[in-house]
Design a protein around this ligand. Structure first.
Ligand code: EPU
Length: 455
């Protein structure tokens, strides 16, 4: 059953629900299925940035590559992490959780894997489950995986993943929506060139290449900081990988990998989103664990738009610059260009800014679904092809809105925090997928926000 935007978490079918509770005992289905937000209060205080959703998922999959213990610290308690835990658990991975001062600590042991036991319902909920393909093929020589799901933000093919794995000797067939992959003689190193720098394909091929015999080169590789985080963990496990941070990765594969302890990098998208929230509400947030260097082109873009970010010991202080919010032009692109995942929250920011902005989305073709929702709040935005044209307005008004993907939901939430009056935000499963305790953390900084039964 597909996971609809309107489904509360409790609506998952009984079997995966049971496995979520079993694999991620910390996971609590959200109370209520909507957020009531009374806007207009400045956010002030200390906001802890969690471990990155898009880093932790490939790091968890990396545990499949070794029979030894892999421990991850700073793991965000989000629904995507719970779903991937359930998937790994079904595959035979032992998952041991503990609460730490920051986030969760997870120790995984994959010494007895059952590669055929992949749950279609769980895979259908999360795009990152495609990463199981590379890791299972490399470790077990076979993988059967339903086509992965995820946010409906574009076509999101997996052709680069499959072509790269085929170049490494995998035989892959698609039968009735299921991927059947085998590498009877094991994977071997190959020279691979990606048609575009895909984050997921780079990660999948890295996971496969570290156990493949011989050397793999990945040309036109993605350079996102989450790739560097994965490489750091794989290196700690004993893998030999060169070229991190460049478009040309070289993996000297074949050696058995050991266990490792690795701390997940801070979530750069949560950093950017909360910086926008501080500026929209005219408050001041100390973003604990935040790092400016992770933002790439978003750092100067935010500064130009009137989001002040000051480095302090252990984080960043975010506020509205004295000049106020000002319209800017932004084009999304692969790192270090402006992150597509920050496009939605920045569009919310620019809805409040003086003057005109043009925001062009080049990565995902359906990533403007928050625009109609922002318009319900009084935003003046029109979409022309891949570009959203914004004319800032002095005030947005509260409205009933729906978040249709992870980042759209966060964007609408921060817009509502800056809007006059009350907003009701639906689609909270998306917020829960990507963020650890965002509503509680916001409430601790003065947001008037509560879960309720829906609009
Ligand atoms: N693409 C293909 N074929 C492929 C792979 C990618 O055509 O085989 C295309 C995609 O359709 C897209 C572009 O290449 O147009 C880039 O996609 P990429 O593979 O880089 O994205 P992804 O790995 O699916 C990850 C993040 C996304 C983030 C993008 C871009 C995870 C789990 N997801 O997706 O995060 O937007 O990289 O940075 O890491 C989010 O967190 O909300 C989110 C969508």
């Amino acid at each position: 059953m597909p996971f609809r935007a309107s489904d509360p978490v409790q609506a998952m079918t009984p079997t995966p629900n049971a496995s979520l509770a079993d694999a991620a005992p910390w996971w609590r289905p959200a109370r209520g299925d909507a957020l009531r937000i009374r806007g207009g209060r400045p956010l002030v205080g200390s906001y802890p940035i969690s471990g990155a959703k898009n880093a932790v998922l490939p790091l968890m999959v990396a545990a499949l590559l070794t029979p030894h213990l892999v421990t991850l610290r700073n793991v965000p308690a989000s629904l995507d992490v719970a779903v991937l835990s359930a998937l790994l658990r079904r595959l035979g991975v032992d998952m041991n959780w503990s609460r730490a001062t920051v986030g969760l600590s997870l120790t995984m042991c994959a010494d007895r894997i059952r590669p055929g036991d992949v749950d279609a319902d769980l895979v259908g909920r999360m795009r990152a489950s495609v990463l199981l393909l590379g890791a299972l093929l490399a470790r077990c020589g076979e993988a059967v995986l339903p086509m992965p799901g995820g946010d409906a933000i574009g076509l999101r093919g997996i052709d680069f993943h499959l072509a790269g794995l085929r170049a490494m000797g995998a035989e892959i067939e698609l039968v009735g929506g299921t991927i059947h992959a085998r590498a009877p003689g094991g994977l071997r190193g190959a020279a691979i060139h990606l048609p575009q720098p895909s984050v997921g394909a780079t990660e999948n091929l890295l996971l496969a290449a570290v156990l493949a015999r011989g050397t793999t080169t990945i040309g036109n590789a993605a350079r996102e900081p989450e790739i560097a985080d994965l490489v750091a963990c794989l290196r700690a496990m004993g893998a030999r990988i060169d070229g991190v941070g460049t478009h040309a990765l070289t993996v000297h594969g074949g050696a058995a990998l050991a266990g490792a302890v690795h701390a997940v990098m801070p979530d750069r998208i949560e950093i950017g989103t909360l910086a926008c929230a501080a500026a929209i509400t005219g408050g001041e947030l100390t973003l604990r664990n935040a790092r400016l260097d992770l933002l790439g082109a978003a750092a100067p873009a935010l500064a130009a738009a009137g989001v002040a970010l000051r480095e302090v010991d252990g984080g960043l202080v975010a506020s509205r610059a004295a000049m106020g919010l000002v319209g800017i032009d932004v084009t999304t692109g692969p790192y270090p260009e402006f992150a597509t995942d920050l496009q939605s929250p920045v569009l919310a920011l620019l809805a409040f800014a003086k003057g005109a902005s043009a925001v062009t989305e080049t990565i995902f073709e359906q990533r403007f679904r928050h625009v109609d929702e922002l318009r319900k709040m009084g935003a003046n935005i029109v979409v022309r092809g891949r570009t959203a044209l914004v004319r800032g307005v002095p005030e947005l008004r509260g409205a009933a809105v729906t978040g249709m993907d992870v980042r759209a939901a966060a964007a609408l939430l921060i817009a509502a925090l800056g809007a006059a009056g009350e907003s009701v935000l639906d689609g909270l499963d998306h917020l829960d997928r990507g963020y650890d305790g965002m509503t509680e953390k916001l409430a601790a900084c003065g947001a008037a926000i509560e879960r309720s039964g829906g609009s």
